[in-house]
Design a protein around this ligand. Structure first.
Ligand code: CLF
Ligand code: SF4
Length: 290
């Protein structure tokens, strides 16, 4: 269902609602991933869904009880988001959860975040599941740059490395963004800002995604880890310059709290994940799709 901009601005912390202290619960239902970002600590996000990994994830059937517990603690929760810890479209868990939430908690906005590899081919399912807001992480629109950020994709059972994999990823992201935006779902783009790799490329990303129908843009400073651990974290000046570059083309979101995949509360203000999930999760403090 298309929600009005006014409703999103009031109730969604990442689309303007931060002024109103709107809250969200992240439901960590998506275990596996299908790409290999070089900054992602993959110990929790392996392409293979190994035994043991699922024990740290909640199931679609459990989601509503965690939502109830969260709303009791934080009545201002207006959004149910799924942002990992893997990719939301690499399994059916996220879409199944959203279908269930539509029945148990129809009042909540449904917010999903993806790397976009399967966005184009799964867009119809996502639209039918009633997603209100979608975030796609687009770190480059040039395959040569993307190949410096992502080692490979697993696509229809094949591992495809380097520029070839990057080209497929970008193509599916961009076609998917257009398809979803055309269906009146509000689209946000996240870009991980990586000095020396994509910091001069922000304008190009912002211009491209705006043309495809994205509404808002969020720049996430790199947390240097894994294969990009030797790159320096972007400075405040670098982040501000990137935001100014993007702002020439698209509205920029400036209040991102770099949430974990199991975050609960008002971003940047309150954090109740331990109480809600009662320490049953062990989602590492690594990249979150947001
Ligand atoms: Fe969560 Fe992301 Fe939805 Fe927000 S977070 S899935 S859009 S409800 Fe928000 Fe957190 Fe930043 Fe994400 S502050 S990391 S942008
Ligand atoms: Fe997958 Fe996200 Fe990690 Fe990238 S950052 S490898 S999309 S889990």
């Amino acid at each position: 269902m298309a929600r009005s901009i006014e409703e999103l601005e009031r109730n969604h912390p990442c689309f303007g609602g931060c002024r109103f202290n709107a809250g969200r619960i992240h439901l960590p239902v998506s275990p596996g991933c299908n790409i290999a970002c070089r900054f992602c600590d993959r110990s929790m996000n392996d392409v293979e869904q190994r035994p043991g990994v699922t024990s740290t994830i909640i199931t679609p059937d459990e989601a509503h009880t965690f939502i109830d517990r969260a709303i009791e603690l934080v009545p201002s929760i207006k959004v149910a988001g799924i942002a990992g810890p893997g990719d939301t479209l690499a399994s059916d868990c996220a879409l199944e959860t959203f279908r269930k939430i539509s029945k148990t908690h129809p009042e909540l906005l449904k917010c999903m975040s993806t790397n976009g590899l399967l966005l184009y081919e799964r867009a119809d399912e996502l639209i039918e599941a009633g997603i209100d807001t979608l975030t796609v992480t687009v770190n480059a629109v040039d395959p040569k740059i993307e190949a410096m950020i992502n080692d490979y994709i697993i696509y229809h059972g094949r591992k495809i490395e380097g520029v070839e994999g990057a080209r497929i990823l970008i193509d599916n992201q961009l076609k998917g963004i257009k398809k979803v935006a055309d269906a009146n779902i509000t689209v946000k783009i996240n870009t991980v800002l990586i000095p020396g790799i994509n910091d001069s490329h922000i304008k190009e990303i912002a211009r491209t995604v705006k043309e495809l129908g994205a509404m808002i843009y969020n720049i996430i400073p790199l947390i240097p880890q894994h294969k990009l651990k030797d790159i320096k974290r972007p400075t405040c000046e670098q982040i501000e310059r990137a935001r100014e570059d993007a702002e020439q083309y698209i509205k920029v979101f400036r209040h991102c709290a770099h949430c974990r995949a199991d975050a609960v509360g008002v971003p940047g203000i309150s954090e109740y994940s331990r109480l809600v999930y009662q320490n049953r999760l062990n989602v590492r403090d690594t990249f979150s799709h947001g």
